[in-house]
Design a binder for this molecule. Structure first.
Ligand SMILES: [Ca+2]
Ligand SMILES: [Ca+2]
Length: 488
């Protein structure tokens, strides 16, 4: 019994079904073009490359992007179907709490995934080792952010599957978090139970636990060792994380991997350490409900989120910012497709300036059902509070115009485009956008796109004619078109 089932299985080759790869809907928005894949040496485009994290199946570096002067994270992985699957997922998902994916380089059987940089961050595991255990307030705050990510994934019928505090970055400044390394995310479908891919993951985790001192196995739910997995398995992992944050120890341990798996399956939960004396009974009760061995008894995500673990801090400033934001929306939607496209590009490469980040709270405020994307229903609740009924209706329609891939939701990326203003864009970024405008990808992809453009002013008509006739506009013209928008 000590030895788990998967150990006896003959797993020789990875056999991934089409469904694993197509984790997203096919209705790709215009933004997809930005996620380029380059076949060049990464050293040409990046400098000061420093090792940041040595993961079990990846290496993470900190580097400077030569062209834009921006810092980036680079994650190097083997060029496998799993890595391709992760890239597809990253392209389709955007959230304030997920490290933003930018582009990819392929060289010598390796993939180098380029991400936004996350200032002053460290893995949650490392921070726990240095500063843990955390107070109840801080732990619940971190848990809440993790649950918001779960909510986004679960609403897309995805299971985070294997995740640990080693795959979460946390800011030392304000304790916000960002997930990375989403290789193990799987699509919840009927076939999941017989998925070789899933068994392979567990198998490699067991290997990693003993040979690489990797902690991911500690977060696996008991049913995962009996060939089962569901969204409730993610709740278990969250329970393990909450326990660890509060007491700097994992609830289930073992002298070796089979002992550990046995202990997880028995689920004998204890709160003996002194630190638990400082934790409220309701939080201990929550951990017990999250770490219930039987899946059907385990508390659901909806119930945890409805319990208001941490008071929703809707400050006056946030409301004021929300009103500000709605004004920006009405300006944004009157701009022509060309300007909007360039703004989308700028969002893509210059993600997360401090000025933009203050709007993260506004995003969370509008996303009432907390699934990480804004639906018409979400938007209308906030807008109704800010405006008179008829105006609110118009403004809601305007707001939904931000949905670039027409899937009925305004994503975090769509949201951020609106927040760019002149002060957050540098000369270097405008230059880099101009280079993008002059690239082959732009010409190839956007000629049809611009054919459907409607122009209002005579200035716009001139650009339209130039672009559709493939006559390039000059940098000065380009700059004046963008300045025109950015001034407002
Ligand atoms: Ca929502
Ligand atoms: Ca959308």
């Amino acid at each position: 019994m000590g030895c788990i089932k998967v150990k006896n299985k003959e797993i020789k080759s990875i056999n991934i079904k089409e469904t694993d790869i197509k984790v997203t809907n096919n209705n790709l928005g215009v933004d997809q073009i930005f996620f380029s894949n380059k076949n060049e040496q990464i050293y040409n485009d990046f400098k000061s490359i420093n090792n940041f994290i040595n993961g079990f199946n990846y290496k993470m570096y900190e580097a400077e992007h030569v062209l834009s002067g921006k810092k980036r994270f680079i994650i190097a992985k083997d060029d496998t179907i799993m890595t391709q699957k992760e890239i597809n997922l990253l392209k389709s998902i955007s959230h304030p709490n997920i490290l933003k994916y930018i582009e990819c380089y392929t060289a010598q059987n390796k993939r180098y995934l380029i991400f936004e940089h996350f200032k002053d961050s460290i893995t949650l595991f490392d921070l726990l080792c240095i500063k843990g255990p955390f107070s109840e307030e801080v732990s619940l705050k971190i848990l809440r952010e993790i649950l918001l990510i779960l909510s986004l994934f679960h609403s897309k019928k995805l299971i985070l599957n294997i995740f640990s505090i080693g795959n979460i970055l946390i800011s030392r400044k304000d304790m916000t978090i960002k997930f990375f390394n989403l290789e193990s995310v799987i699509y919840q479908n009927k076939d999941i139970l017989n998925d070789t891919f899933f068994f392979n993951q567990i198998e490699s985790l067991i290997y990693a636990y003993t040979s690489h001192d990797n902690h991911s196995l500690l977060g696996c739910a008991p049913e995962m060792f009996s060939s089962k997995i569901s969204q409730k398995s993610d709740i278990w992992s969250c329970g393990i994380i909450l326990y660890a944050l509060l007491c700097k120890e994992f609830p289930f341990k073992g002298v070796n991997e089979s002992d550990l798996i046995q202990n997880i399956k028995q689920g004998n939960l204890k709160f003996l350490q002194n630190c638990w004396k400082l934790v409220s009974p309701s939080t201990i009760n929550l951990i017990e409900q999250m770490l219930s061995i039987k899946e059907y008894k385990r508390i659901s995500l909806e119930i945890i989120l409805s319990q208001q673990l941490v008071e929703d801090q809707v400050s006056r400033t946030t409301l004021k910012e929300a009103e500000n934001f709605l004004q920006k929306v009405s300006v944004f939607v009157t701009k022509n497709k060309f300007q909007r496209l360039i703004l989308s590009y700028l969002t893509h490469i210059g993600f997360a300036t401090d000025k933009q980040l203050k709007y993260n709270e506004v995003f969370k405020l509008i996303d009432i059902d907390r699934d990480g994307r804004i639906s018409r229903e979400d938007a209308i609740i906030l807008i109704k509070n800010c405006l008179a009924p008829i105006e609110a209706l118009i403004q809601t329609e305007m707001f939904m115009n931000l949905d670039s891939d027409n899937d009925g939701f305004v994503s975090y990326t769509d949201f951020l485009k609106v927040t760019i203003d002149k002060k957050s864009v540098s000369e270097v970024e405008i230059t880099s956008a101009f280079e993008f405008y002059n690239s082959e990808a732009f010409t190839e992809y956007f000629s049809d796109y611009f054919a459907s453009m409607e122009f209002k002013s005579s200035n716009d008509t001139k650009i339209y004619e130039k672009i559709t006739k493939n006559t390039k506009i000059s940098f000065t013209e380009f700059k004046s078109i963008m300045n025109d928008y950015l001034l407002e």
